[in-house]
Design a protein around this ligand. Structure first.
Ligand SMILES: [Zn+2]
Length: 446
């Protein structure tokens, strides 16, 4: 027993350290060296005060520093307090090299070792209070634009980091709460007006789903769907338009069966679909989506939120796969138009929106090249089953494709997905599965 426990702790330790090699390079700022860190656990206490119409988050994050320097984290709202190891410190919003994106850095040089970061901030995005003191909030994300993962709401790391997070929710300023919490973690009611959500340790900052609202404000169906591995998977389907809920549920069942047949058992503990009637964005085993994009987002529960991209240069892979499925997994004898899907700045955090058209055309050509090995879908099935719950990069994808096919593919990738394109080429046609959504529309959907 002891040896087993020891082995487990070693594996755990190895896992919690494993991702820092996927972080972009550290860099200098006028105050010193800014370093990427490995977050190992995050606790977020969020108070929704319906009386004051104010949402306050207090986060405590354990992290490990492997190279001395000032720790990098991200949070879009300006924090009102930042402490490291119990001491208040200044923080600063800085540009990543090449102005590719922005992050925050705590202006406190740290030694190698484990440390604690405490951050207090207000949350304004996608939170609503009604005149009846009802609370509604959703921590939705987008991936085509920069800094729209959970950094919109809470202090987080970049997408390369996987760690456990616990979120305690409290509703204040209203006596009676008949509230519902939808989340892709373990939800426990901890008090009359309090809930705890425990998210799995393999989640990244683009994985968690959270949506809370007054009970009864959305038509909701709860049912189980049996996986091919025998598990009963709980589905929660709720919609903005009440009478469309059965339509979404039926489509979710259909796509679930299709995807399990193609790629293997559903890897998530549940599935949540909010049929908002617009948009389309995937979380791990959850989505907020239009009806037309529901199948596309469910594919992402295998590729994007099952096998997960480590950074903005890897995000094209899952969009290419999802779009290739949208287009009927077609086979093409030519690779299509080259694009710079994977060769942007090493600090890029968003997905290039050329991934849909150019990426799927490229996969159609890979399918053509691999037809005597069963085609690309045969590869993807094995790739998903081997690397689910882990992070991948374009290099990882290439190496595994070469191993599977026996083909030399590096030059083909250099010529087709690392190809610099003119500036205007980067402003690609908007994808109808992930259209840009206005703030007003998001608030209305809460
Ligand atoms: Zn997509």
């Amino acid at each position: 027993m002891k040896s087993i426990l020891l082995l487990c702790s070693l594996i755990y330790a190895a896992h919690s350290w494993a991702n820092l090699h996927l972080a972009p390079p550290d860099f200098n700022i006028p105050e010193g060296r800014a370093v990427f860190v490995d977050m190992t656990h995050a606790h977020h206490g969020i108070v929704f005060d319906a009386g004051k119409r104010r949402t306050t988050a207090t986060s405590t994050i354990q992290f490990t520093v492997t190279k001395p320097g000032m720790p990098i984290f991200d949070l879009v709202p300006t924090p009102s307090l930042v402490e490291i190891n119990g001491q208040p410190v200044d923080q600063k919003l800085i540009s990543l090299p090449g102005n590719e994106s922005k992050v925050r850095v705590a202006l406190q040089p740290l030694a190698i070792g484990t440390h604690t970061l405490k951050v207090v901030n207000q949350i304004k995005e996608n939170v609503g209070y009604t005149i009846f003191r009802n609370v509604k909030a959703a921590f939705w994300i987008r991936d085509l634009k920069d800094r729209l993962f959970w950094e919109q709401y809470l202090p987080v790391n970049l997408e390369f980091d996987q760690h456990a997070r616990v979120m305690d929710i409290e509703l204040k300023g209203r006596k009676i709460h008949t509230q519902v919490v939808h989340a892709n973690g373990k939800v426990t009611k901890t008090g009359k007006n309090a809930w705890r959500i425990e998210y799995p340790a393999w989640y990244t900052t683009s994985s968690p789903y959270f949506h809370t609202m007054r009970k009864g404000s959305r038509r909701t169906q709860y049912f189980n769907v049996k996986s091919i591995d025998g598990r009963e998977i709980p589905f929660t389907v709720y919609t903005f338009i009440p009478w469309s809920v059965s339509k979404y549920s039926a489509e979710a069942r259909r796509v679930f069966a299709e995807l399990e047949a193609d790629y293997g058992p559903w890897m998530h503990d549940s599935f949540i679909a909010y049929g908002a009637g617009f948009g389309g964005m995937e979380h791990s085993g959850a989505t907020m989506t239009s009806f037309a994009a529901l199948d596309h987002e469910m594919l992402h529960c295998y590729f994007a939120k099952g096998v997960m991209p480590a950074d903005g240069n890897s995000g094209w892979i899952d969009e290419a796969i999802a779009s290739w499925r949208d287009r009927g997994y077609y086979r093409s004898p030519t690779p299509g138009v080259p694009a710079n899907l994977a060769g942007r700045s090493i600090y890029a955090r968003n997905t290039n929106n050329q991934a849909y058209a150019h990426g799927s055309a490229f996969l159609a050509y890979l399918d053509f090249l691999m037809q005597d090995k069963g085609g690309l879908k045969a590869f993807l099935r094995g790739y998903f089953q081997t690397y689910k719950k882990t992070l991948i990069t374009t290099d990882h994808f290439i190496n595994n494709l070469e191993f599977f096919s026996g083909l030399e593919l590096k030059q083909l990738f250099l010529d087709n997905v690392y190809t610099p394109t003119p500036e205007k080429g980067d402003v690609a046609v908007e994808n109808h599965f992930h259209p840009a959504v206005s703030e007003e529309k998001l608030l209305e959907a809460l």
